[in-house]
Design a protein around this ligand. Structure first.
Ligand code: MG
Length: 321
């Protein structure tokens, strides 16, 4: 099969910064790719590296891909590319081949449909604001708190305050982005181990400390995030929750199949994609919610600017870019 390959770069500023213990995101850059086959079928993909230093590598590799190519050549070459490029190409091919059929509309706009990121500067007033909105709609909501941004004593005091105010209609996720050592992680696990509000503790220890993470997972639910990106074989091995990012995995069709087969303990997360990559996030999140362990996705919904880049129709995004 012959394919025509095109790419366009994009860049946008997040509506407010997103801070975690390792980095601060203010803007996002990447590429939209388009593949067209002999039958004029079109598939779109998005190259959306989460780590800024990978942008240069992706740019160099994208420039190696010719405009006219053979599917067999592409399939041979693809393994040498950055996972985000592989993800984009495999996404576009899956769309061409009908392996994924997007719906016209997905429903993740309301506050109970995706996790709400707390503002780390003012966690408690944010929580109270969310509580008000939650009681207005009368449905459970999920909040996510990025920790290891302040000293631990201060954050443990905030945790106590959260736990005393949270009530029973709010679920809590805590993400340390790999910044704690075992001692602090165990302190938090002890505080939280019988807590009904907790969804999971996300990546409490550094990416490489799989033994430590495995031990902690016996005490409370631990979700791996960064470890899965560094060691993708953990996807088939880890026995706890997995934060999955379709745009960062070599082939999001694997994730699609896992969710179609109702694999449990998966939660979908954004890497700040445009509307092109977001189609996968929405589609996979919808499947996740129909599985045996439904949990709302992490989509950072209130962080995106008002722009054509976030339209629902992929072709409209491409044409205006
Ligand atoms: Mg995370």
């Amino acid at each position: 099969m012959n394919l025509i390959f095109n790419k366009k770069s994009y860049s946008f500023k997040l509506s407010t910064k997103v801070e975690n213990s390792k980095t601060t995101y203010l803007k996002k850059s990447g590429w939209i790719i388009k593949l067209k086959n002999n039958d004029k079928k079109i598939g779109f993909g998005e190259v959306a590296p989460l780590i800024k230093k990978d942008l240069k590598k992706c740019e160099e590799q994208l420039n190696m891909i010719p405009e006219y190519l053979e599917l067999s050549n592409l399939s041979e070459q693809i393994n040498i590319f950055h996972p985000c490029i592989q993800s984009a190409i495999n996404s576009a091919l899956a769309e061409i081949n009908g392996k994924i059929i997007f719906k016209e509309k997905y429903y993740f706009d309301e506050i109970d449909k995706a996790a709400i990121l707390l503002n780390p500067e003012d966690v408690i007033s944010d929580l109270n604001e969310i509580k008000k909105r939650q009681s207005n709609i009368g449905k459970s909501v999920t909040i996510k708190w990025k920790v290891a941004l302040k000293n631990n004593d201060e954050e443990e005091a905030i945790l106590e305050e959260i736990l005393s105010q949270i009530g029973n209609k709010i679920q809590l996720r805590i993400d340390a982005n790999g910044s704690w050592g075992r001692k602090i992680a165990n302190r938090w696990a002890d505080i939280l181990k019988d807590n009904k509000n907790l969804d999971w503790l996300e990546q409490p220890l550094c990416v490489d400390d799989i033994d430590g993470l495995t031990e902690l997972n016996k005490k409370i639910p631990i979700a791996l995030d960064e470890s899965l990106l560094k060691f993708p074989t953990l996807i088939d091995e880890w026995k706890g929750w997995q934060i999955r990012r379709p745009s960062q995995e070599n082939n999001p069709v694997k994730l699609l199949r896992e969710l179609e087969n109702k694999k449990a303990l998966i939660s979908i997360s954004t890497s700040f994609e445009t509307g092109i990559g977001r189609r996968w996030l929405y589609h996979l999140s919808s499947l996740q919610l129909q599985g045996s362990t439904p949990k709302v996705p992490g989509l950072a919904m209130n962080k995106f600017p008002n722009s054509f880049l976030f339209l629902n129709e992929a072709k409209n995004i491409w044409d205006q870019l």
